[in-house]
Design a protein around this ligand. Sequence first.
Ligand SMILES: [Zn+2]
Length: 474
Amino acid sequence: MIYDGTGSEPFKADIGINADTIAFIGDLSKASAKKEIDANGKAVAPGFIDTHSHHAGSIFKHRDLIAAVSQGITTIIIGQDGGSNFPLSDFYKKLNDTTVAVNIGSYSGHNTLRDSVLGKDYKRFATQQEIDKMKVLLQQDMEAGALGLSTGLEYDPGIYSGNDEILQLAKVVTPFNGRYISHIRSEDRYFWKAIDEIITVGKEAKIPVQVSHIKLAMHNIWGKADSLLALFDATRKMGIDISADIYPYAFWNSTIKVLFPNRNFNDEKEAELILKEITLPEDIILGSYEVNPDYAGKSLAEIAKIENRSPARMLVELIARIDDWKRKNDRECQENIMATSMSESDIKKLMQWSHTNICTDGSSAGTHPRGYGAFTRVLGNYVKKEKALTMSQAIYKMTGLSAQQMGIQKRGSIKTGYYADLVIFNPETVSDQATVADPQKLSEGIEIVWVNGTIVFENKKTTELYPGKIILRQ
Ligand SMILES: [Zn+2]
């Protein structure tokens, strides 16, 4: 059964691949080929497009990208949350010489640009002269083929930028037909203001804007998915092309510092508020903690008990120890947390919105199971179990819609003349297996994955072939 990536009902047919292209769709019963695959009883879909990926962390060492291809992903879009390879032209040169298993497109990251202009003196607004310097660097990345500008406004150094800095930079990508994709300034306390900011960027810069990994991550905004989507629909009616991506989990993964948007890491009262309104002490799990590696996998509640402190006190101290460690070792301290702070009913509604596509936000060596299981979890849990989406809708949100929202041509659909990025999966068994305890466990049901006409994953193994291409802005 072919799910062609447009959202329409599946149909039965044969597919002919010639070199890197889908050459024929129809009845091939009288034809022969060098290699023939019987996909009877299986589903065939376009290779999945991950519009918010961190899988490229060590791609030149791990070129097979098993975390991505084992869940059916054939294209990853990197340079997310404001962080990108800089300058992009150098990265693309390297990627051209050393290809990898999947196709890669990238945004130019605001935090990267800001860091290269402001350096260590970043806890302030940029001057006009500094913004002008960032504009030049961004322009160069756009000329190298970046899809647009990405921001990560909850992170250093972007958190210290003014709205005007973002707007000025966004306008640089307009003449290139570029886009804006954003980890918005707040996913909790200042959520509505952050939404306002991204809408303003779309309106003033006249470019498509996408909210990265959309979520309502605070108890007092739970249940607001309907009002948010009504606002988005009204915005689209005004001619502003706003869209979103989402990963299918109720817990996020980030630096522990993201909990303190006002950077008052010593404020125990603030910590108390966080542990009441955003996430509970038993719902924060340390993914890694270089200060004391034994704490990885433990919850804040457990650690507070071990050290006989209140959870709020413990949170403040865990952060202070990171900064001490950093001073002593003169480098960044590895740390990350997973925190449950979304509601299932919001997740479903946001996922169902017509302009939300699926992403992982995952990485190949991460502690969050999304790195290996996001796409298969949508198919296994949200399609088959929860019935929040039909199979056709879900595939569309992983392929055709994603290509459209990233401006990618000739991918994301099964059509003749399109690149042969394809996945065969078993619709009965497809499911995620990765968990917090075992975040790299391979999914079930993904059988064969092609990238540009070459098989990269089969029999639960990568083939050590690297047919991925660079996705330049088109
Ligand atoms: Zn993010």
